[in-house]
Design a protein around this ligand. Structure first.
Ligand code: BG6
Length: 467
């Protein structure tokens, strides 16, 4: 693998505020949509009452333990750490005029800690959560005023952290609102397609406004979008399967098309018309959308297949999407199909389409780990998964794709997004906590910790081509 990764490749890991921080009411933080889903994205939406405790309320207590965790990331040689800012720490209800200083101060401390080790922050403005206050009072992203509240929040954090944070992302997996509207745009799960696409439109406009603000306030910074890279293959070479695959890939590529090109792609007109979807788009919105992102970022865990005869096949659920399983691939314990070559393919698809630098900001294997009697955790399955994906990243770089970096998902065990489980572990670092919230929260290095340290130190030269 020698020499394939560029010299300043941003190696690291990715977490999200609501999955690691805990401290869900500390220092003036308001309730977020994530706080209302203690069982995860696919769990019920429950009103919170005092003393209620979902697992995310403490999560892995990163809010208090971040110095220890950053030191461990530094030990692995991280160049970059992706995390999100919890919007509700800065604007607890979402519509305040002035930010919450205690919330701003927390991220100052966090970024200063990272700077001690030369770890660059990659910051997502909104990762699967928004202030619940905006949902209650305005109906979330369904209301145009949410664009202004988001812009105020984005401008506030750009101003505050402009000397500390140079890489930003707008909305995590922006395409997932189609499948989980409460988490994505603060709409009830049963919302109709017009309502969802209207809210998505508002979010796309807000994303473009954040891009503009970032370009003004952090001129030497870079801001990207973030897509759930759910690449789909036709189940067969039947032309109908191919066409349906193109259609379904456009469901998510649409978001990248708007964010990278600055306008709605032509194919959406027919899609809206044939599905009876009406979206109000003003001339000013169209002008705003022209402010495009600097790079594309995405998550990649699995691929899936598409057939034009779906009733003949059983689908399997990934974290967000339902897909027809690929008969040529094995699956993880959670039924996610493992496809390293799909990552090379996806990198090429995105680069062909946009010719913008790409950043893989999530990839990893959720698995159950066993702590041996001597305290060791021998997670060879995780090492193999990550190794094989990184080998394909190297191939894509060789194909000519410009890849800025790779932040593996959950470098430290965290609460899973879909079902709020601790037992679905992604980390190089084990956290002593179970699904019921028992455990000391003690951190422990797994075998993969040392493996990833070697990968980073050798800039990928230690990877093994196991094909
Ligand atoms: C991505 C999300 O969809 O997948 C993360 O951006 C999430 O927040 C990750 O954790 C893995 O999904 P899960 O459900 O295994 O946590």
């Amino acid at each position: 693998m020698n020499g394939k990764f560029p010299q300043h490749f941003l190696w690291g890991g990715a977490v999200a505020a609501n999955q690691v921080e805990g401290a869900y009411q500390a220092d003036g933080k308001g309730l977020s949509t994530s706080d209302l889903q203690p069982q995860g994205i696919f769990g019920a939406i429950t009103p919170r009452t005092a003393g209620d405790s979902g697992i995310k309320d403490v999560a892995i207590d990163f809010y208090h333990r971040y110095p220890e965790d950053i030191a461990l990331f530094a030990e692995m040689g991280f160049k970059c750490l992706r995390t999100s800012i919890a919007w509700t720490r800065i604007f607890p209800q979402g519509d305040e005029e002035t930010p919450n200083e205690a919330g701003l101060a927390f991220y100052d401390r966090l970024f200063d800690e990272m700077a001690k080790y030369d770890i660059q922050p990659l910051i997502t403005l909104s990762h699967y959560e928004m202030p619940y206050g905006l949902v209650k009072r305005y109906g979330g992203w369904g209301d145009r005023r949410t664009i202004d509240f988001f812009e105020r929040y984005a401008r506030t954090v750009f101003e505050r952290y402009k000397h500390k944070v140079k890489h930003w992302l707008t909305f995590n997996e922006i395409n997932m609102s189609l499948h989980a509207p409460f988490t994505g745009v603060g709409l009830p799960p049963e919302s109709d397609k017009s309502a969802i696409y209207q809210a998505i439109h508002h979010q796309l406009v807000a994303s473009a406004k954040a891009v503009k603000a970032c370009h003004e306030i952090v001129p030497e910074g870079k801001i990207g979008n973030m897509l759930l890279g759910g690449i789909l293959y036709p189940l067969s070479c039947k032309p109908e399967d191919l066409l349906e695959t193109q259609r379904q890939n456009r469901d998510w590529l649409f978001f990248g098309d708007v964010q990278a090109r600055g306008y709605y792609p032509a194919y959406m007109q027919r899609f809206f018309r044939e599905n009876g979807i009406e979206v109000a788009i003003t001339e000013e919105d169209r002008r705003t959308l022209r402010e495009t992102i600097d790079f594309i970022s995405f998550s990649y865990y699995m691929s899936g297949c598409v057939t034009a005869d779906p009733e003949q096949y059983e689908t399997a659920r990934g974290n967000i999407l339902d897909m027809v399983p690929n008969p040529h691939l094995a699956s993880s314990e959670w039924g996610w199909q493992i496809d390293p070559i799909g990552l090379r393919y996806l990198l090429n698809v995105l680069y062909d389409r946009y010719q913008k630098p790409l950043f893989i900001v999530e990839n990893g294997l959720g698995a159950k780990d066993r702590v041996e009697a001597d305290g060791s955790i021998n997670d060879d399955y995780r090492i193999n998964y990550l190794n094989d994906h990184l080998v394909q990243v190297a191939e894509a770089i060789d194909d000519g794709v410009e890849v800025m970096g790779y932040t593996s998902w959950g470098p430290i065990d965290l609460v899973s997004a879909s079902k709020a489980e601790m037992s679905k572990r992604y980390g190089f670092i084990h956290v002593d906590r179970d699904d019921a919230g028992n455990g000391s929260l003690e951190r422990r290095r797994k075998k993969s910790f040392y493996w990833y340290r070697d990968v980073i130190h050798s800039n990928g030269a230690s990877l093994k081509d196991r094909r």
